[in-house]
Design a protein around this ligand. Sequence first.
Ligand SMILES: Nc1ncnc2c1ncn2[C@@H]1O[C@H](COP(=O)(O)OP(=O)(O)O)[C@@H](O)[C@H]1O
Ligand SMILES: [Mg+2]
Length: 384
Amino acid sequence: MRNFRNHARTEIELGCGINALLGNNGQGKTNVLEAVSYLSLTKSFYAANDATVLQLDKDVFEVEGTILTDANIEHTVRAAYSRAGEKQFTINGAKPDTLASVIGRFPIVVLSPENNAITFGGPMERRKFIDLLLSQISRSYLEDVLEYRRVLKQRNKLLLDAKLERLYSPELIEPWTEGLVHLGSRIILHRLQFVREFQEYVKRAYKDLVYDRVGGRNPARPSLPAGWDEEPGVAYNSLDGVEEAQDAQAIASLMMSEIERRTFEERKRGATLVGPHRDDLVLKIDDISVQHYASQGQHKTMLVALKIAEFFYLKERREEVPIFLLDDVFSELDDKRSRLLLNTVSSLGQTFITTTDESVFHGAVEWDGVNRKFFVEGGAVSQR
Ligand SMILES: Nc1ncnc2c1ncn2[C@@H]1O[C@H](COP(=O)(O)OP(=O)(O)O)[C@@H](O)[C@H]1O
Ligand SMILES: [Mg+2]
C-alpha cells in the first residue's frame, strides 16, 4: 500500500490462515482490509469514491498484491488512483476489458459494521447484498444489473420530465419499458433461484453460530444455548405470482401487466414503480421479520450467518475459496458467539480479522505462520 489512507508505505507478508490485525482505534486496521478489497472488487468495500482513499497531501495511491489461487497460480494485481481522477487496474501487467470483468475472479466476503444495515436498514441494503454476491458468481447477472440501472435511470427521467412538463408520450417511454421488463425479469428470476438455494446455507450457518455441533452441548451449561431452536429463513419479496413463474418470459408478462395497471400512478409520481429495484430480501426468524422485530443479538447472529452463508455459497459456485474480511466483528458479539464464529472462521481459508482486543484468540489460535498476528499503529504494520 502506498499513500493509501494513513498508510504511507506498508508491506505485509500474509499467512494463508487467519491474519489478525491488532491495534487501537484509528490506527489503520480497517484500511488494510480496504486495500485488500481493491484487489478483488477494484474498489473500496465501503468508501463511496476513490478520492477519499488517497492520502490527503499525495497525488497517487497504489495497492499491489500477489494473489495465489486455489489452482496455485500466482497473479500480481495492482490498483492505482491519481488525484486527477485516473484509475488504473492491472492483472499481471495487463488491463482487464472492464473493471466489472474483474469482479468474481478473486472472490471476497466482507463482514464489517457497515453491513449492519443489511438487517436493520431498508430493502436497498439487502438488494445490494444479493447483487454483490451474485455479481461475483455470474458475469451475465452483473451485466444485467448494470444495464438495468441505466435503463431505469432513463425511464425515470422520461417519467419525471413528463410529470413536470405535463406531457406524456407513450412512444418515448415504450422502448425503455421493454428494456426494463426484459432485464428486470431476468434479474428477478436469477434472484429467485438464488434465494431458494441460499435458504439452506443460511440455516446451517445460523445453527453453527448458536450451537456448538462439534463440541456438543457445553457440560458446564447443561441447558440449551439461547437461540438453539430458532429457525432462520430468507424469502424474496417481489410481484405477486412471481414465485410460481417458471421462466423469465412468465415474469416479464407479470411485470408488463403490472406496469400497464399502474401507468397512471407512474405518470403521477414520475418514477418507475415496477421491477427488481422495488423488491426485497425478507429475513425472518421463526417467521417473524428480523428488520422489524428481532433483538440486537438476533440481528447480529443473522448478519454473521448471512455472511458465512455467502462464503460457502460463493466457494461452491466459484470453485475458489473466497478471502474473508472481518472488520471489528467480535466487539459486537458475546464471548460464546465470538468463539463459535472464530471456530467456523478457522476452518474457512484465508481470513483477515481486525480487532482492538486480542483476548478472543487466546487458546483458540496458534500463531504458526499459517496464522499470523500483526500490530497496526499510525499507519504502520509490524508482524508479531
Ligand atoms: N485519505 C486519508 N488520508 C490520510 N489518512 C486517512 C485518510 N482516510 C482516513 N485516514 C486516517 O486513517 C485512520 C483510520 O484508519 P482505520 O483503518 O479506519 O482505523 P482502525 O484501526 O480503527 O480500523 C484515521 O487516523 C484517519 O484519520
Ligand atoms: Mg476499523
